[in-house]
Design a protein around this ligand. Sequence first.
Ligand code: NAD
Length: 281
Amino acid sequence: MAKIIDGKAISSQIKDEVKEKVAELAAKGISVSLAVIQVGADPASSVYVRNKKKACEYCGIKSLSYELPEETTEEELLDLIRKLNKMDDCNGILVQLPLPKHINEEIILDEISPLKDVDGFHPMNVGALSIGKPGYVSCTPAGVIELIKRSGYTIEGKECVVIGRSNIVGKPMALLLLRENGTVTVTHSRTKNLKEVTKRADILVVAIGKPRMIDASYVKEGAVVIDVGIHRNEDNKLCGDVDYDSVEPIAEAITPVPGGVGPMTIAMLMKNCLTYFDVAK
Ligand code: NAD
């Protein structure tokens, strides 16, 4: 029986730590605030935005809400970001993705000041991560590191295999595991003999976007398995990229879906709202 890594409990712990730090800053007269921008009314995005604002409220972070109509132009959105970049009482900027098709996401994300880039998507922060400098780190992979460490597992010297090489999850995940002194292999859709590689992993992080693709035949006995994937199955139930029922009996530890990586993303966003006070010094 694998240990179940409890993302809900660990994310609550992190939010409580952030709440404490926010209160310490407030006592010194410093307020923490996050600008959340949503363009259009995509229902899934509205749920994410609502949850982010709720988490801000819990932690004592002021959320500045910008709900813009679908017809907002790229230039109007850029103007708002430029204004927020300069605003002293805004120390984090988040643009909820996806944006409407007529707006170029890359242009928008690049305009966010690297000092307020709480999602960690700006090329300057991605570069900082790759050369080991301080900066903002993408929330989901940063959350995976917290899950592993706070569950009592060490990364140093371990064979770590990441499946997926996206800019948001796979690549920063590999860099973070490397920063923790893991021996890291990144696999992807063109990897040959995927099972041979994944079966070497002491720590296997799965971020493919394919429901339940990774069954026990991909996993070494005793591995720590982290499932980043999130999908709705035929019965409208949530499932991950890992076939949980098949892998759980042979793993040392595993994250469930829901209740594993999912809750960590928002917790790490809250933590990132404090990063400004380190990077802007
Ligand atoms: P993506 O589609 O951008 O990237 C998927 C990666 O998987 C690609 O690099 C691709 O090469 C690789 N891949 C695809 N098919 C493969 C195969 N057959 N074998 C090996 N590799 C293969 O996805 P993403 O944005 O990295 O997200 C991955 C999953 O994580 C999705 O299910 C997404 O919904 C989920 N996700 C969850 C959170 C969270 O907060 N829990 C956050 C981000 C993403």
